[in-house]
Design a binder for this molecule. Structure first.
Ligand code: ZN
Length: 258
């Protein structure tokens, strides 16, 4: 008789957080045109069979909602979306949070990154760097979020500094890491290095500063230079507990300060 070996099911030891805005009518887009249209191509009532179907059809700009820019977006001959390698898309993530000092023309500086590194350690090769500006609070007001192309961004020098660190890619919770008035130095630097950019990231307040993983899986579209992405963060449950404990001690120590 064959012996049956029972294997315990693997445990998935992460909390999952959604870093993606929902695609729908009236969300902000780069040129303020409607970049997202979903129609009903045929409806339940159109079906003559016993089982009724509703079939949707999309008309979208590739760079709508939370999305990825591949090198080909502004580098002719650069990698297109479907060619981005998994090993650069499922990676450890750090969050540089400038939301406390941000204003509409804020540009994340080398100094901001150095301040982060002093506190949390050097950014290392293969990490994804997410910039949290807090601008996502305007997502539901598309004119304000767009703000005539004035929103927090990243300085050219900061992007070059991050490239020296060997990052996998960068992300931000605005329409772009570049304000058009500055030209596009961050797009040029990051994309010409074969890295990628995530724009319009959501829920960054839920992502720990260090210790998470990010999963960046854009729609696999041939020759696309941009594509919508379902962006998620993975936080080890143990880490989530540690963060809660750290938060508890922080608030406890503030009680006894003074
Ligand atoms: Zn872009």
């Amino acid at each position: 008789m064959q012996k049956i070996t029972r294997v315990a099911p693997p445990t998935f030891d992460f909390n999952i957080i959604d870093l993606t805005h929902t695609l729908e009518d009236n969300i902000p887009s780069f040129d303020l045109n409607c970049g997202f249209v979903q129609e009903i191509k045929s409806d339940y009532s159109d079906c003559t069979g016993e089982v009724k179907f509703r079939i949707n059809q999309l008309k979208i700009e590739n760079g709508i909602g939370t999305h990825v820019d591949a090198p080909a977006h502004c580098i002719p001959g650069g990698l297109s979306i479907e060619k981005l390698a998994f090993e650069n898309l499922v990676v450890p993530c750090v969050v540089i949070d400038v939301s406390k000092s941000v204003h509409e023309r804020y540009s994340v500086s080398v100094e901001d990154i150095k301040t982060f590194e002093k506190e949390y350690g050097e950014i290392t090769e293969g990490q994804f760097v997410m910039i949290r500006t807090g601008w996502e609070m305007y997502w539901n007001d598309k004119e304000k979020y767009h703000n005539n192309y004035i929103f927090p961004s990243i300085s050219k020098e900061a992007s070059l500094y991050l490239l020296e660190r060997g990052i996998a890619g960068i992300g931000i919770d605005t329409l772009s890491p570049d304000r058009p008035e500055d030209g596009y130095p961050v797009h040029t630097a990051i994309l010409s290095s074969g890295k990628y950019i995530v724009e319009n990231a959501a829920n960054l307040q839920d992502l720990p500063i260090v210790g998470s993983f990010i999963v960046i899986l854009p729609l696999k579209i041939k020759d696309a230079t941009e594509a919508p992405v379902r962006l998620i963060g993975l936080i080890q449950k143990k880490l989530s507990n540690n963060i809660r404990v750290m938060g508890f001690f922080k608030s406890l120590s503030s009680l006894f300060a003074n």
